[in-house]
Ligand binder design. Structure first.
Ligand SMILES: NC(=O)c1ccc[n+]([C@@H]2O[C@H](COP(=O)([O-])OP(=O)(O)OC[C@H]3O[C@@H](n4cnc5c(N)ncnc54)[C@H](O)[C@@H]3O)[C@@H](O)[C@H]2O)c1
Length: 153
């Protein structure tokens, strides 16, 4: 991460379902790399990929005094990746972010390509941006928790 110019503080955005399984590993790995790490929890579900929860993320990023080189780590499926990516695209006019996709859809589709968005009451993904992550870290072993035998079974 340091060799990508990322430093200082980091924040991991996740939901309670995924956070319970993997957040401790992300935090310990970021802390070992010298980051001061905070967490932002979004409730689990498509309905929370919303402008209201995006605003909650901005509130927390400001509270944690996240700076321009402070990475956002999106830990979860496509919902978390999309809302965390859009927060990264827009907070301080753009901060670095890293995708750690934990569903099959997120690993093969939503974490790559740089499409970020939140939903609007009038429709899905109506507010968003194209914004590429600095890194996409994929571990197919996490799919076992989702019942995908052998990762892609
Ligand atoms: N940006 C893009 O290019 C793109 C492409 C396709 C879809 N999407 C978006 O992706 C979203 C759907 O993503 P999704 O299908 O990953 O759904 P999701 O993010 O809601 O995840 C599905 C469920 O699996 C849980 N989960 C995630 N990882 C887990 C793990 N390792 N073990 C156990 N449970 C786990 C989640 O908490 C959730 O309950 C939609 O909002 C869609 O619009 C975006």
């Amino acid at each position: 991460m340091k060799n990508k110019g990322l430093e200082g503080k980091a924040v991991c955005i996740t939901n309670p379902t995924v956070g319970r399984l993997y957040a401790h590993r992300i935090i310990s790995s970021l802390n070992s790399a010298g980051f001061v790490t905070s967490m932002i929890d979004i409730p689990d579900g498509e309905e929370y990929k919303s402008l209201e929860w995006l605003s909650h993320i901005y509130d927390k990023l400001i509270e944690y005094k996240m700076e321009r080189q402070s990475p956002i780590v999106a830990l979860g499926g496509g919902v978390i990746g999309d809302i965390a990516g859009f927060a990264a695209a827009t907070y301080l006019r753009g901060v670095p972010y890293i995708q750690v996709p934990t569903t099959l859809l997120a690993q093969v589709d939503s974490s790559v390509g740089g499409k970020t968005a939140v939903n609007h009451p009038e429709g899905k993904n109506l507010v968003g941006a194209f914004y590429q992550p600095k890194m996409v870290l994929i571990d197919v072993d996490v799919l076992k928790r989702q019942g995908c035998k052998g990762g892609f079974g």
